[in-house]
Design a protein around this ligand. Structure first.
Ligand SMILES: [Zn+2]
Length: 278
């Protein structure tokens, strides 16, 4: 990455950091008495909130998939991201950063860089798909892999990697994905990502969210390439199917998807801490 771009990212991450820690700094400046040792001890027992980066796909000049009735993917996915952010923040166990908080176009590499600079504990990219066969419907979840699990997943990764006409083709540079995957497996990121994806599939199944067959698939998604951050990409359904398109625009369904995704994040971290304790 050229120096100038790196500097921009560092500046962006500094801005994010100020946003995160602004409240604490304000507290420090407020002149309140320092906490007593007992309070300090108590604070230590409270686990540090996990940082979740939510990545609503597309935005700005890139509408993403288009529905039969003209629904734009970028509008649906940001609503679900807002819902999920609200639900995650409500319990106080998570801090949440969105890679885009409004209708702005953000290149894929910058989304990855934002998650890395924020030192995310978990990354979830949120999308909705379209299919030439209008009968195809249901949600699916994807993780990074050098070899796609099937042709449809490969085609989907190519479509998503082309966000904003970037023409990013990871399959042509599979060396990059291969190297990334070596680093990711050494650090346990590959397993954690798969576990997170499987957790989403299970939670969707339990919550009555309709799923595609073989609901967890793999391919070379550019947005899932942070070596240290477990990451998955969820396709919430197909805008090319009239039932899915209708559902995805209904606020109650968007909130239900948010609830199921929050439960997935909870289950993912609960399993991780159970493994550590065992
Ligand atoms: Zn998409």
């Amino acid at each position: 990455m050229p120096d100038v771009r790196r500097r921009d990212l560092i500046a962006a991450s500094f801005a994010l950091g100020t946003w995160f820690f602004g409240a604490d700094s304000a507290f420090a400046r407020s002149g309140k008495k320092p906490a007593s040792p007992a309070i300090k001890k108590q604070k230590k027992l409270v686990p540090k909130p996990k940082l979740i980066v939510l990545d609503p796909g597309h935005g700005g000049k890139d509408p993403g998939a288009l529905g039969l009735r003209g629904t734009q993917e970028k509008r649906v996915v940001i609503k679900v991201a807002y819902d999920l952010r609200r639900q995650l923040q409500a319990g106080g166990r998570y801090r949440v950063v969105l890679t885009r908080a409004d209708d702005t176009f953000i290149p894929l590499r910058e989304r990855v860089a934002r998650a890395e600079d924020a030192k995310a504990d978990l990354f979830l990219s949120i999308h909705a798909d379209s299919h030439p066969d209008s009968d195809v419907r249901g949600a699916s979840v994807y993780t990074l892999s050098e070899e796609a699990s099937d042709r449809e997943a490969e085609a989907l990764a190519a479509r998503e990697n082309d966000s904003g006409g970037s023409g990013l083709r990871l399959s042509r540079h599979s060396d990059t994905v291969a190297k990334m995957l070596v680093a990711m497996s050494q650090r346990g990121t590959v397993n954690d990502s798969r576990r997170f994806a499987d957790t989403i599939v299970e939670t969707f199944g339990r919550s009555g969210v309709r799923l595609l067959p073989h609901s967890h698939r793999e391919a070379g998604f550019a947005v899932l390439t942070s070596p240290d951050i477990p990451a998955a990409l969820v396709e919430l359904g197909y805008l090319s199917n009239r039932f899915d398109e209708k559902l995805l625009t209904v606020p109650q369904h968007q909130a239900a998807l948010g609830r199921a995704l929050r439960a997935s994040v909870d289950a993912y971290f609960a399993a991780a801490s159970a493994t550590r304790k065992a």
